[in-house]
Design a protein around this ligand. Structure first.
Ligand code: ADP
Ligand code: MG
Length: 236
């Protein structure tokens, strides 16, 4: 019987796609919609980073994921791709309400996420709104009609969830907590907790954090359901 030693196995992990083991090294081997594949091509993303290789198969099969990986390791695509796929599979449209919410600790990080969403999601029909503290809240409110994806900071998103009676999260498919450690450092614990109360428990939740603190563990316990743990190092 053929068995692989450790270095062979490493070579397989680095060079090959072993779909039976749920390991994919290239995006074009992942079972994704044509629309998402075109978006990844447009971004010139070819090989998965380690966190993407570990997190994507789990997130794409519907698991809650707790991902620990340093800045620069590629966490954004680890949640943008499953988010797009989930809404695509659910045939989400403008009438379906809010399908996904991505929480980010700062305006700048939220904008970065929004840009990746626009880039990789350009072939999808979903509309997304960037909700951060930098804009006029009434202007934001006007744009929320028929929106499917919210990306923003917890304070602003909570404001709209409370304020806009037309925002329906009853059918929400996915919640992403990005940079969970920083969300907590920046004092968003109460806002995040309040947001969770608006959301159905049937959702999928992905939580990413550079560090694993006891606060992050507590937030994970509050928000995740039977999570899979993924921890990898940065590319550099
Ligand atoms: P993190 O959120 O973990 O800090 P990002 O998702 O912001 O990391 O990604 C860091 C950088 O790496 C970005 O410039 C992004 O475009 C790039 N990147 C992410 N995934 C890949 C990939 N699979 N191939 C090439 N570049 C990638
Ligand atoms: Mg990030």
């Amino acid at each position: 019987k053929l068995t692989l030693n450790a270095s062979d196995r490493k070579a397989v992990r680095e060079e090959g796609d072993n779909e039976e083991e749920g390991h994919f090294s290239h995006f074009d081997k992942l079972p994704l919609s044509q629309r998402t594949q075109l978006g990844l091509e447009r971004g010139n993303y070819k090989k998965l980073t380690p966190i993407q290789a570990d997190a994507l198969p789990l997130a794409l099969t519907g698991h809650d994921v707790l991902g620990a990986a340093k800045t620069g390791s590629g966490k954004t695509l680890s949640f943008i791709v499953p988010l797009l796929e989930r809404l695509h599979l659910e045939r989400w449209d403008a009438e379906s309400g809010i399908g996904a919410i991505v929480l980010s600790p700062t305006r700048e990080l939220a904008l970065q996420i929004f840009k990746v969403l626009q880039l990789v999601g350009y072939k999808h029909q979903f509309s997304a709104a960037l909700l951060t503290g930098g804009r006029d809240v009434e202007e934001e409110k006007k744009r929320l009609h028929l929106i499917s994806i919210l990306v923003g900071t917890p304070g602003r998103i909570l404001h709209h969830l409370r304020d806009v009676s037309t925002l329906s999260t009853d059918n929400l498919q996915m919640l992403v907590l990005d940079e969970a450690d920083r969300l907590l450092d920046m004092g968003f614990r109460e806002s995040v907790t309040a947001i969770l109360e608006f959301l159905p428990t049937s959702r999928q939740t992905l939580l990413f954090s550079a560090t694993q603190t006891t606060d992050v563990q507590m937030l994970a316990q509050m928000s995740l359901n039977d999570p899979r743990y993924v921890a990898t190092h940065s590319l550099s």
